[in-house]
Design a protein around this ligand. Structure first.
Ligand code: 5GP
Ligand code: ZN
Length: 116
């Protein structure tokens, strides 16, 4: 999908509202519109990358920054010690529905493993 038609690029550009909870030079996070846990944030890179399969070797610092964002959010939301999950789905078979990569940060309840 192109950047023009991308929901999360539209959120980055302020065309679609979202509750932003974190911003850095490379990453932005906002609350998921359909939360699957008491805390459910989405961390996205400012750069449009469609799936994990499209991550370039030059993007490694950007990807690292998504985890720094997750750590910051977990601390801010008070779930760092009890535990949380930071997970990224790749392609439809794994449940990806928005094709701009995003790290789900889920916490505030017991999270079972393996996921469905
Ligand atoms: P995926 O299924 O691609 O791993 O995750 C996409 C996530 O984006 C879903 O959890 C879904 O609830 C969330 N989402 C879809 N549309 C919007 C939206 O317009 N705003 C926000 N904040 N989240 C959205
Ligand atoms: Zn995008």
């Amino acid at each position: 999908m192109s950047t023009d038609n991308c929901l999360f690029c539209k959120i980055l550009e302020g065309e679609i509202p979202a509750e932003l909870i974190y911003e850095s030079d490379t990453a932005v996070a906002f609350r998921d519109i359909n939360p699957q846990a008491p805390i459910h944030a989405l961390v996205i890179p400012r750069k449009h990358i469609s799936t994990i399969n499209d991550i370039d070797v030059d993007d490694e610092a950007i990807i690292g920054s998504l985890y720094s964002a997750a750590r910051h959010i977990a601390a801010e939301e008070g779930i760092a010690d009890e535990g949380y999950r930071a997970v990224m789905n790749c392609n439809e078979g794994a449940g990806q529905s928005v094709f701009h990569i995003h790290l789900h940060v889920l916490g505030g309840r017991r999270l079972d493993w393996p996921p469905g």
